[in-house]
Design a protein around this ligand. Structure first.
Ligand SMILES: NC(=O)c1ccc[n+]([C@@H]2O[C@H](COP(=O)([O-])OP(=O)(O)OC[C@H]3O[C@@H](n4cnc5c(N)ncnc54)[C@H](O)[C@@H]3O)[C@@H](O)[C@H]2O)c1
Length: 335
């Protein structure tokens, strides 16, 4: 079955890393139709909008989108972020971050990890409702039953399809009694259903305990599900356990679209030098292939990426000496 894949390269190293992903997908001989649209700061300079409606429509129409990275200029009032706009416009409510050990060494790296962080992507403190009262300011935190139910259900479906047996629900309901109280109650109702039907166990942790346990015994987690801000923080903490920014990939998934991207930004300091690390984008591409049901291809690409890392063919940010082209060549030979 043919799939329509939208490519949004963005700014800085975005085009460099996405070009590697597209070249590898083409080499793999899959039945994919690629189209390209514009987003980001260069797009803003060209057409006056960092995320034109045509791009939003193209992302909605595609089976999946691969997004590189965009530069956010600090000094343009009311500048709208391309990726945040896409998440909102397409209602991409699930932010998925795999945490898989791939054989890196050093830093905080831990071998043998294989879990997911599922973050609610549309509510919480990220709704942008802040008010300034001079000597104090207030931010609103939105939690809905619908939003909580669909993200927890997403986490359980993920557990079911990936053979995981436990979902950890993370909240701070002892303090945020109304908002996280609602999230917790809703989560536990979904958990009961999945326990009865599929025997998937639920674990509840307060977010501060979760932050400690991620360092102390990360091997004990399978799927972690939580609200927006907690998920934002915990997913970056978890990423450090398997190699950090250079291998961190994410999916933004909803009923009307799915966008897969590296977690890193446009890295203007190294753009154009040919040394950008494409691993995170390739791991986002693995997620994209899983999303469209190309599981064998996803496994093949993930194995080739892992083999390349274990062979030590790494870019300078990961402590190696290979450039982007050399990494691409090695991955292709490992496919
Ligand atoms: N999703 C996104 O598009 C996204 C995410 C974060 C930041 N940004 C934007 O990116 C721009 C730069 O932000 P920043 O410098 O804070 O973060 P960054 O992630 O772009 O870079 C941080 C550091 O990591 C390095 N780095 C990042 N990705 C790399 C890669 N693939 N290979 C090798 N080295 C890599 C960079 O060279 C830099 O030293 C800003 O305009 C920021 O707003 C965009």
């Amino acid at each position: 079955m043919s799939h329509n894949i939208l490519i949004l390269k963005g700014d800085g190293i975005g085009p460099e890393v996405v070009d590697v992903a597209v070249a590898i997908l083409q080499h793999m001989g899959l039945d994919l139709n690629f189209s390209e649209a514009k987003a980001g700061y260069a797009c803003f300079q060209e057409v006056g909008d960092p995320i034109p409606q045509t791009t939003i429509d193209a992302a909605r129409a595609a089976d999946a989108t691969i997004f590189g990275a965009v530069t956010t200029p600090p000094d343009i009032p009311n500048y709208r972020s391309a990726v945040v706009t896409l998440r909102r416009e397409l209602d991409l409510y699930a932010n998925l971050r795999p945490v898989h050990s791939l054989g890196l060494t050093g830093g905080h790296y831990r071998e043998g990890l294989d879990f997911y962080v599922v973050r609610e992507n549309t509510e919480g403190l990220y709704i942008g409702q802040e008010e300034d009262f001079g000597d104090y300011a207030v931010a609103k935190r939105l939690i809905t039953k619908k939003g909580s139910e669909r993200i927890v259900r997403y986490a359980y479906e993920l557990a079911r399809h990936t053979g995981k047996r436990k979902v950890t629900v993370v909240h701070k309901a002892n303090i945020l009694r109304l908002t996280d109280g609602l999230f917790r109650r809703t989560a536990l109702a979904v958990a009961k259903e999945y326990d009865e039907q599929y025997g998937i166990e639920v674990q509840e942790l307060l977010v501060d305990t979760m932050a400690m346990r991620l360092i102390k015994d990360p091997q004990n987690f399978e799927v972690i599900v939580t609200t927006n801000l907690f998920g934002d923080i915990l997913s970056d903490e978890a990423a450090e356990l398997v190699g950090g920014l250079g291998v961190a990939a994410s999916g933004n998934i909803g009923e009307h679209g799915a966008i897969f991207e590296p977690v890193h930004g446009s890295a203007p300091d190294i753009a154009g030098k040919g040394v950008a690390n494409p691993f995170a984008t390739l791991l986002a591409t693995v997620m994209m292939l899983q999303h469209i049901g190309e599981n064998a291809a996803a496994q093949r690409l993930q194995s080739a990426v892992a083999a390349t890392i274990r062979q030590g063919v790494l870019t300078p940010d990961l402590g190696g000496t290979a450039n982007t082209a050399r990494v691409k060549e090695q991955i292709i030979s490992n496919l």
